[in-house]
Design a protein around this ligand. Structure first.
Ligand code: 3HC
Length: 281
């Protein structure tokens, strides 16, 4: 496996592109508009620059990594000769479906398709393509260059040979692959999002101030970030999308999104990316 396309250059997509390029792969980062592609490339450059200043990589390694990444706004031609496509577009089924249909029509027969979805069914996404056996979930964590985990999710038809390839690929990237079966939110977000949602209910019901809720979880439970700062970091819109997938998927009220989360998303308070969420940035 040598050539990889990453569709989507947002928080997750640019991190994924960065780690593949750092590990010697040729990467094409696909975005919808040129300015978004440029923004993604400049984020990668900034993150590599931080690694140089912390003496984790050399200036030469940074330059070589950047040379291995090109960008494109034309999905059809960008996937023509790739071995693997990783999709990291917004967490909405219809958008992902359209992307996978285009990729399926244009990628070579041997190419593996992976989705970085946080919660949508891999089995359902796989059926948007004519090759569900070559389709898998490869779920990375933010910040991608730092977090060790790749949650690997098999769809109902995923070929075990493809799973083995993705597990050894994760190892090649310096990550630890941990398997989970295809179920709403898989393991990571099924456990994480109810905790975040419950922290938001604590704000909503006036149990404690956001700062104090986070301090309780950091100092008492040794979490590196409190759940509200983490929600801001992930994006409140992404948290809401995932909770809705859990709520719809299980039809269980325990996953109902807190009305305060819905209101904040409606008001465009999405966390770090908009400068305001439970905290200001
Ligand atoms: N690229 C490269 N390195 C980065 C980085 C980036 N984007 N962001 C942070 N780092 C590095 C720093 O350089 C630093 O390295 P060092 O220890 O060698 O000096 C290290 O990470 C720690 O960073 P900082 O010192 O700046 O800050 P913190 O100590 O506060 O750590 C954190 C930041 C790593 C983000 C930490 O707070 C953390 O682990 N938070 C929890 C993150 C988490 O839970 N992520 C999962 C979210 S859920 C998800 O992604 C799934 C999705 O489906 C929702």
């Amino acid at each position: 496996m040598e050539r990889v396309a990453v569709v989507g250059g947002g928080t997750m997509g640019n991190g994924i592109a960065q780690i593949f390029a750092m590990n010697g792969f040729s990467v094409t980062l696909i975005e919808t508009r040129q300015e978004l592609a440029e923004k993604a490339l400049s984020t990668i450059e900034k993150n590599l620059g931080r690694m140089v200043s912390k003496e984790k990589i050399s200036e030469e390694e940074k330059e070589a990594t950047l040379e291995r990444i090109e960008s494109s706004t034309d999905t059809a031609s960008a996937v023509k000769d790739v071995d693997l496509v990783i999709e990291a577009v917004p967490e909405l089924y219809d958008i992902k479906k359209k992307v996978f249909q285009t990729i399926d029509e244009n990628a070579p027969e041997h190419a593996i398709f992976a989705s970085n979805t946080s919660s949508i069914s891999i089995t359902k996404l796989a059926e948007c393509t004519g090759r569900p056996e070559q389709f898998i979930g490869m779920h990375f964590f933010n910040p991608v260059p730092v977090m060790k985990l790749v949650e690997v999710i098999n769809g109902l038809k995923t070929d075990p040979e493809i799973t083995d390839q993705i597990i050894s690929l994760s190892d090649q990237l310096g990550k630890v692959a941990v398997p989970a079966n295809d179920s709403p939110g898989f393991v990571s977000n099924r456990v994480l999002m109810p905790m975040i949602n419950e922290a938001i209910f604590c704000v909503y019901e006036g149990v404690a101030e956001p700062e104090d809720i986070d301090s309780i979880m950091k100092l008492g439970m040794a979490h590196p970030m409190g759940p509200l700062r983490l929600a801001d970091f992930i994006g409140l819109d992404v948290c809401l999308d995932i909770l809705e997938v859990l709520y719809e998927g299980f039809k269980d009220p325990k996953y109902r999104p807190c009305p305060l989360l819905v209101k904040m998303v409606d008001a465009g308070k999405l966390g770090n990316k908009t400068g305001e969420g439970f905290f200001t940035y």
